[in-house]
Design a protein around this ligand. Sequence first.
Ligand code: CS2
Ligand code: MG
Length: 402
Amino acid sequence: MKITDAKVILCSPGRNFVTLKILTDQGVYGLGDATLNGREKAVATYLEEYCIPALIGKDPQNTEDIWHYFYRGVYWKRGAVTMTAISAIDMALWDIKGKLLNTPLYNLLGGKSRDKILVYAHAGGKDLDETMENAGMEIEKGFHAVRIQSGIPGIGHTYGVPTDSKPYEPAQKGLPREDYWDTPKYLNFVPELFEKFRSIYGDGIHLLHDVHHRCTPIEAARLARELEPYHLFWLEDPVSGELQEGLRHVRNHSTTPIAIGEVFNSVYDYSTLITEQLIDYIRMPLVHGGGFTHMLKVAAFASVYHIQTGFHGATDLSPITMAAALHFNTAINNFGIQEYMPHQEIVNDVFRINYRYQKGYMHIGDEPGIGVDIDEQKARKYPYSMACLPVNRKTDGTMFYW
Ligand code: CS2
Ligand code: MG
């Protein structure tokens, strides 16, 4: 069996997505997500110029060998662009494998370890009251786990919070917007947010919060400790992830569970965090973490250290990644939770999805492979349009962490 062709489909139904389609001499094709928010064309070019020519003629069933060909073979290992390209190739090849064997992908990853996938919703508002109101709406929809983010008094715009009641979208069209940030104001406010939530909605809902890498290790330790009375499910990205040792401070001072790694792309980003048990959840998603081939290894490594998965699932990950994650989450033993930020309705004009939400859980369909399809003709109706994540400065203008 041979790969005969592959193409990159760049489209923007509401937001940009990059999709890799790999075709074979048996008429079966596979799809992989290659979206790297704000750097879409870098991955598209990487795939078109360097990977697709090398894929042609290879046997698509050899997922392990092809993964190492693109990982080791380039010499320049790792990095978000390379790893997103490898992830897309790997996803598409596993999609082909599932279709060839006529079975949903979770069967090839270990079968069913559970019937449904626990997900968490986003609830954000411009202030405390609006956040509480929006959290109540998510609870009404049946969610058992909610991530709460709120506008901070004295800070103009807070990342992660919707503006003008529009659905929250991390990237904005054109060059990056410049946001301003004030950590002391944030740290003083956040405990009140959780205190308020518990006083209104009680202890029965899992609560999550994303710091978006905005604290120094000692600030993060303070925050994690002050949030202990509210029993968070997790505190996400409390410090900037490239300094693995920073998580030791947080761990040494608090029992609040920690999740990190939506910007990671390799098991080596996690080695200290896992072996020293400095975290509780791995966030690295299939689309940036090397696809199934690599993430199976990462999850197995984490499981030995009692660490669970909690994959990134914002709207800049395409429906292919969401379906892929649901297969993965169904099969592995150390699944923890999945982020679920629904795509805008317009996305379904291009992608045919095979999952559904019901009462706090996601359910994946039994179609062979990953099970998501793309309508290429419709995709052409929504051309790529540059959009970027904002940059952050302190109020004095200093460039700040992500
Ligand atoms: C966030 C995302 O969902 C999350 O946890 O951190 O909004 C993230 O910042 C974006 O997906 C980045 O592209
Ligand atoms: Mg996050």
